[in-house]
Design a protein around this ligand. Structure first.
Ligand code: NI
Length: 173
């Protein structure tokens, strides 16, 4: 288990459509463990593989935000198979855009099909923060960030702030 560096927007890895994982093997599970450790350490409630530079369709989430919690989910090749008509608004943030938040409207509930850590096919219904988080993370696998749901003016504003923060981060390293 290794703590990985979380990439910050703008970064080319965060703009890519990630590729499907063909086989859930020990390499896949090692990536899942790195994602979980890195997410809990941040701390955050969700983290997608491209955020640590692995352009693969996998993310982890735990909206209870408790370390080593049995509620931690590993979702491989996730697909939304149903979304509610009812929407909800959540003030979203992202570990790739630290300290940036915006209200994003999404379906309030979703049903997601995915492979779990053991390669078993699962279909799960999510609501509340779990539904928001799952959709936010699946966006990551398609090269999309929460700011891509905003107007181009607001998006540019966030990107400028992040470029400044990135410059400072590079200087501190
Ligand atoms: Ni994110």
């Amino acid at each position: 288990m290794t703590l990985q560096k979380i990439l910050w927007h703008p970064d080319p890895h965060l703009k890519k459509k990630c590729s499907e994982i063909g086989l859930v093997d020990d390499v896949t599970r090692a990536l899942a463990d790195d994602l979980l450790a890195t997410m809990y350490n941040a701390p955050g409630v969700g983290l997608a593989a491209p955020q640590i530079g692995e352009v693969k369709r996998m993310f982890v989430m735990d909206c209870t935000a408790k370390e080593e919690d049995p509620f931690a989910r590993v979702l491989i090749n996730p697909e939304i198979v149903w979304s509610s008509k009812e929407t909800s608004v959540y003030n979203e943030g992202c570990l790739s855009l630290p300290e940036q938040y915006a209200d994003i409207t999404r379906p309030a509930e979703v049903r997601v099909q995915y492979l779990n850590r053991d390669g078993k096919e699962v279909e799960e219904h999510f609501d509340g923060l779990w539904a928001t988080c799952a959709q936010h993370e699946i966006d990551h696998l398609n090269g999309k960030l929460f700011i891509d749901h905003l107007s181009s003016l607001k998006r540019t504003m966030f990107t400028r702030k992040m470029m400044k923060m990135k410059k400072e981060r590079t200087r501190d390293e």
